[in-house]
Design a binder for this molecule. Sequence first.
Ligand SMILES: *Cc1c(COP(=O)(O)O)cnc(C)c1O
Length: 456
Amino acid sequence: MMTAVPYKIYLSEKELPKNWYNLKAVMKELPPPPLHPATLKPCTEDDLKPVFCTKLVQQEMNTKDKYIEIPQGLMDFYKMIRPSPLIRAYNLENMLDTPAEIYYKFEGTNTSGSHKLNSAAAQVYYAKEQGITRLTTETGAGQWGTALAMACAYYGIDLTVYMVKISSQQKPYRKAVIETYGGKVVPSPSDTTEAGRKILADMPGTGGSLGCAISEAIEMALKTENCRYVLGSVLDHVLLHQSIIGEETKVACEKYGIVPDVIIGCMGGGSNFGGLIAPFMGDRIAGKNNIRFIGIEPASCPSLTRGKYAYDFGDTGKTTPLMKMYTLGSGFIPSPSHAGGLRYHGMRPILSKLSDDGYLEAATVTQTKAFEAATTFARCEGILPAPESSHALYAAIDEAKKCKEAGEKKTIIFGLSGTGYFDLSAYMSYNDGSMKDYIPTDEELEKGFATLPKVE
Ligand SMILES: *Cc1c(COP(=O)(O)O)cnc(C)c1O
């Protein structure tokens, strides 16, 4: 069969984007500012500098520059891992017998296995430039910790990773990779911090959560010399770094005349999806396209679809600035039976605002449905997807099926944010039928909402 578009689109080194795309510079209205947790006044750069690297704080606050240049020392790292391919899912299209064209941007080709390395490398690069010698972070499913360990090894920085306890037990191989790259892993909650000791006392036997690992990592950064904390999602500078995904996708689309009707991604904290859509969303805001943007959440942790749009803390220990976002409450502890890294209680402020303004749709998928889609995809496209990415995959298949019913030829792009090699225990439980779906009841959500701080 003759095809206009190759199965895999790779950009040449010359075609690689040289800038990140800053959505905040093009939004008609900005998300309300983060508030200092003690004073409830908008955070200043000085509030954030003890915790985060200075350059990252400046990027976090930047609402002016649409394009921010990727520094050369970071480009050298990006060249090892990028570009990622944009793949036309011909086999999936044939199997579904759909008139839709389906493309996916696959971020799982690097060793850490996901998009997270795009921001990990940037954050470590800036830490190094500032003369920082140690970093702390949290990791949930382990992808962020792995990505950061790779970047820290490359730039020569010490790393301590607070890993959500249940994940460190379920994913020993993730831990092994982090340690191989020289990172130190501490299961969270731990007795190495006050925040951890408090959570252990309040909730003995807890499997932990991202929110509580964040509290521990921040506390440790603040009490350690020449150390900063880095975060893998939620913050605006992380979305900025992930915009490389969307920038590459846009160059590829323009080169081959691909005009997307729908762009779909999975959302934990919203970085890979936010990054994928960034330049397309900018055009949409400017009235240059009419793309539907659909973010998919796990039914077990539905922050954008069932949360409240309110100021909330980013962590369980209530130490981070307050951010206005769709949230289930920082006290919401998601079901430990949920596989993968989509278990964060809030949705990042930029995506929350875009959703509130009507630019973004959101939907949920249960994990068994996501794994069903993953299995279908693996068998026809060859790639074993990450459980998180499979939520987006499910929605893309669903959209393509609707095109078949309606006899419509739409162009669908979805983000395949990572590989599933490190998620085989989840695949095992799906395969042997023991995987359970968990959908919180309204009463359970109320308990989380009750932990929202009183602001306004
Ligand atoms: C961490 C992760 C996610 C979710 O995080 P976002 O901030 O929403 O991108 C999704 N997919 C993969 C493979 C991940 O590792």
